[in-house]
Design a binder for this molecule. Structure first.
Ligand SMILES: [Ca+2]
Length: 88
């Protein structure tokens, strides 16, 4: 489930800027939609980022090993999580 946090930051020249950070709160590795299971819906979301390969435009949540790419290494982790189905 995406969560956006906005903070007000003062820069060196004393101007104030709003900075937004998008956090993906997930139930477990591979649970891209936050449903507490790894199922077909997560595979569909993963496929979209797999086609993009790089983060961004791919979704950082699909980068399961957090190396900046959504590739076969992440797919192996997704398949293992899909086999377990439920987040523990
Ligand atoms: Ca990766």
């Amino acid at each position: 489930m995406p969560l956006t946090v906005v903070a007000r930051v003062m820069t060196n020249n004393a101007s104030v800027q709003n900075v937004g950070v998008r956090l993906n709160v997930i139930g477990c590795l591979g649970d891209l939609d936050g449903s507490d299971s790894v199922d077909d819906a997560d595979c569909s979301l993963f496929a979209q980022s797999y086609n993009e390969l790089v983060i961004p435009p791919g979704d950082p949540a699909a980068d399961l090993n957090q190396d900046g790419f959504v590739d076969d290494s992440d797919f192996i982790l997704l398949v293992q999580a899909y086999d377990r189905l439920l987040c523990e």
